[in-house]
Design a protein. Structure first.
Lengths: 231, 231
DNA sequence: CCAAAAGTGTTGCTGTTACACCCATGC
DNA sequence: GCATGGGTGTAACAGCAACACTTTTGG
């Protein structure tokens, strides 16, 4: 039950665009779609949609993601709001960018509009419409900073994973090679992983131990020390 | 010359709210105003205004700041966008929060609506309307993180300042005491300050040397190494 | 001459980096 | 038996934290 106190003010269209990062145990990926409406029809773009009256931005981002890909229960975080007057040649639109993290393999989505969606390796993603390239740049920077201060593997890896996969993930995000021993020592000193009695035999002959995150321990650490680490 | 591709979509009001941090050589402050219109008239709030059709958000933030305080040429950075459906009981409004950094003493503003504005010590700011408390909380966190990774004094200190003042600033932001010698060693090792042949005699009998930032050196360092430090 | 703030270095400790070899297994 | 990736420890070094006394000068 709202009164309209601010009636004479301008109203605008508010969009939500999602930068969806994925990891397939080897490389960092980004999910893009081929736009099937004007303007810029046929070009690659982020997944997006418009905010509706009865939802907040977080809800809109979740809805957009779910409607277009069938993905739900995804880690989403607001990134930045873009408002250049001519950013969308179709019509004045302000866009709030969100970024999402998912494990590619455990989310084999069967969404509807997915014929036009495609995972690109982050290294060779195509040029995007509007200011979407800028959004991706900022999201990458944010992801890098997060990776340096928090173990983000939770969202990007499958439940069980090997040290090699975790290291691959960090190497993709930071875009540099890490020393195997130092990496393992570091991760172990954080004391948030549980080593299982189970091996992944799919890559090497010897097999590599699988690990899972100990979410409880992790949460407790975040509480206690803020849990800032550095790679 | 826009075509209206998205005509059937909902439009919303977009506001800008500014968290204005100041430093008076002693303590970190925040600028608040007593709201002189409904709803919530008479309560303390951040400075804010609505986005207009012919400007982007950065411009709106600058305009709002200048109109309400006379302040211009201020460091402003976008923080986060708030969109809870009932955040403003007056009307559905989405607000983009910006934070600003200024040196209180070199900006003795003579704005118009300033009778209702007041600098509060960050430690004893009053309760604010809507979700403004949350905005301030987030801005403080951001400021703290920035302080730990970049020398932010540029914006918050006068041109010439003493080491003590710089340390006071960092202590206010981080909300903890720092060791004098370690602090000075750290700052000196960054090599971005110039020691002047001039003393500030206003505080101690002995007098304290004044320093200025070497902006060029600073920019060059940012280019070269990203210039991440840690206090 | 005393009060009040300014200025100044060293040491131990902690965490980071650099680095190389053996192990287990499937083929 | 060999090729492939998995697993493991140490030593040098750098950066951080802890720490106390002397200097200056206005009142």
């Amino acid at each position: 039950m709202h009164l309209n106190y601010y009636q004479k003010e301008d109203q605008v269209l508010l969009a939500v665009d999602c930068i969806i990062f994925g990891f397939d145990k080897e490389n960092l990926k980004i999910l893009l779609i081929k736009r099937n409406f004007e303007p810029e029809k046929g070009k690659w773009s982020l997944i997006g949609g418009f905010l509706k009256k009865n939802e907040d931005l977080d809800e809109a981002a979740v809805r957009v993601l779910e409607t277009l890909t069938g993905l739900n229960d995804i880690y989403l975080e607001q990134l930045h709001t873009y408002s250049k007057i001519d950013r969308d040649p179709g019509q004045r639109t302000i866009s709030v960018a969100y970024y999402a993290l998912i494990d590619v393999d455990s989310h084999r989505f069967d969404g509807i509009q997915i014929d036009s969606a495609h995972w690109f390796d982050i290294k060779d993603a195509p040029d995007l419409i509007f200011d979407h390239n800028e959004m991706v740049r900022k999201a990458k920077a944010r992801l890098r900073r997060r990776a340096l201060t928090k173990p983000i593997g939770f969202e990007l890896l499958p439940e069980k994973f090997t040290m090699r996969q975790l290291q691959n993930l960090y190497e993709s995000i930071l875009d540099k090679k890490l020393d195997k021993r130092n990496f393992i020592n570091k991760i172990n000193s954080l004391d948030v992983l549980v080593k299982l009695d189970e091996k992944d035999m799919s890559v090497s002959r010897k097999g590599a131990y699988l690990y899972i995150f100990d979410k409880e321990k992790y949460e407790k650490k975040v509480e206690e020390d803020g849990f800032i680490f550095k790679l």
